[in-house]
Design a protein around this ligand. Structure first.
Ligand code: NAD
Length: 481
């Protein structure tokens, strides 16, 4: 990887404008890397390379087994470069080395290996419908895939798109978030090492409004796989309409984490804390609304407010740290603004509530914050904060808990805590969200689909259905006379 360059058509090159920008380490507020500032012209070159590689190159034409081997090798190379990938991820995002090194980069490697296995298992059907015809379906790659990802899980969310796209024989242009491009660039290096043909994988770094939008508008791009905010998702849908882009949108959330009175209280408290404070709450599926049945409210709050004191906020590179800084000054200000809104609306602040006093005044550290006595109509219960702020909302009955949990424009994830199997299954069926955890939070597997209902988007990533977005179905009818 050369500083200030992007990866297009198998080569490293500066931006067409010659412009660069600096990424900032959110723990120190110091510059961490110089990155090329790509725009429409760079997208034009990257899409031309991806188009050429798809229309004329070896990638979609080689045997599925060969393709699978290269995708598997990418998984292995990620594992071999785990320390560096994790360090680059933590450097840009402020996530702890534990989160990037023990959880997310290993998971991304697993996603590549999972989809490597699928390369040889993508198939259509043969249908015996009539004597005088031979009819079948083919599943062929969609073509050029534009992948646009946010800054909270930069490489992991890229892997959910790149791995199935490559396994199915597509070519890819990746546009990482401007704040967090370093693992995408490192991965491009690994693609060279793995022997991926030129133009099959390209990275254009730069702002979403220009580089991202150019990718969405380009008629040579067949599909956009986007993860990010609901607002930008809607804009992509509008702009993608011009060329009728295939779309999958993984958007925001305001997920309910519902604790019934018969739950294992220790487990529920632990789940409430990881549900909101993992990755400083910068998680699309964060359990940001904690619904607690009234009968156990006081007992649960006593444990929760005690346990939150043990969450060590600090330097993400320090292995003892459990919560690093939020990603940027702008994000910190947004989160602090929501904390003020909570106070103004009359929610009761029971933990945190401001900047954390670490890093000698430097760094975008926010205290793990808990509001009690929140109502589901308050701003902090309705809008995605995307930071370490938990809203606790008491409820009276199973019907009340589920109705309030569903009362949101989002539908990404949810959890319920109960020892009653029937109650758990009723809740799992009633909650309108793409994932429902029972007695757990934030568990993922490459084989299990993830995605949203309602304004959390559409399309699923991971699992066998995750491949559907990267293939087109074709019917072939052979007349036998
Ligand atoms: P964002 O929507 O601002 O940006 C996401 C990506 O889109 C970035 O690469 C950005 O540069 C690009 N972009 C911005 N404007 C664009 C435009 N007009 N055209 C094309 N591309 C554009 O989101 P963010 O602030 O980076 O990330 C946080 C959001 O992502 C939250 O809302 C969060 O819930 C969501 N998210 C969802 C999931 C999921 O799986 N559902 C996962 C993680 C994050």
């Amino acid at each position: 990887m050369t500083s200030g360059s992007m990866f297009i058509g198998g080569a490293w090159r500066p931006s067409s404008s010659g412009e660069t920008y600096e990424t900032i380490n959110p723990a120190t507020e110091e510059p961490s890397a110089t990155v090329a500032k790509g725009d429409e012209r760079d997208i034009d070159l990257a899409v031309a390379a991806a188009r050429g590689a798809f229309d004329r190159g070896p990638w979609p034409r080689m045997t599925a087994a060969e393709r699978g081997r290269i995708v598997w090798k990418l998984g292995d190379l990620i594992t071999q470069n785990l320390d560096e990938m994790a360090r680059l991820e933590s450097l840009c995002t402020g996530k702890t080395m534990f989160d990037s090194g023990k959880v997310e980069i290993p998971f991304a490697a697993e996603v590549f290996r999972y989809y490597a296995g699928w390369a040889t298992k993508i198939h259509g059907e043969t249908l015996l419908l009539r004597e005088n015809a031979f009819t079948l379906t083919l599943r062929q790659p969609v073509g050029v895939v534009g992948a646009i990802v946010p800054w909270n899980f930069p490489f992991l969310l890229s892997s959910w798109k790149i791995a199935p796209a490559l396994a199915a024989g597509n070519t890819v242009v990746l546009k990482p978030a401007s704040l967090t491009p370093l693992t995408a660039l490192k991965f491009a290096e690994l693609c060279q090492e793995a022997g991926l043909p030129e133009g099959v994988f390209n990275v254009v770094t730069g702002p979403g409004g220009r580089a991202g939008m150019a990718l969405v508008r380009d008629s040579r791009v067949d599909k956009i796989a986007f993860t990010g905010s609901t607002a930008v998702g809607k804009e992509i849908m509008r702009e993608g309409a011009g060329t009728l882009k295939r779309l999958s949108l993984e958007l925001g959330g305001k997920s309910p984490n519902i604790v019934f009175a018969d739950a294992d209280m220790d487990a529920a408290v632990k789940g409430a804390l990881t549900g909101i404070f993992y990755n400083k709450g910068e998680v699309c599926a964060a359990g940001s609304r904690l619904f607690v049945e009234e009968k156990i409210h006081d007992a649960l709050m006593a444990q929760l407010t005690e346990k939150v004191k043990g969450l060590k906020v600090g330097d993400p590179m320090d292995r003892a740290t459990r919560m690093g800084p939020v990603v940027s000054r702008q994000q910190m200000e947004t989160v602090l603004g929501y904390i003020e809104a909570g106070k103004r609306e009359g929610a009761r602040l029971v933990a945190g509530g401001g900047r954390a006093n670490v890093g000698g005044g430097k760094g975008y550290f926010v205290e793990p914050t808990i509001f009690d006595g929140v109502t589901n109509t308050m701003k902090i219960a309705r809008e995605e904060i995307f930071g370490p702020v938990l809203s606790v909302i008491p409820f009276k009955s199973i019907e009340d808990g589920l109705a309030q949990g569903n009362d949101t424009s989002y539908g990404l994830a949810a959890a319920v805590w109960t020892r009653d199997v029937a109650k758990a299954l009723k809740a799992a069926r009633a909650i309108r969200a793409g994932t429902v955890w029972v007695n757990a939070y934030n568990l993922f597997d490459a084989a299990l689909p993830f995605g949203g209902f309602k304004e959390s988007g559409f399309g699923r990533e991971m699992g066998s259905v995750g491949l559907d977005h990267y293939t087109e179905v074709k019917t072939v009818w052979v007349d036998l006379g």
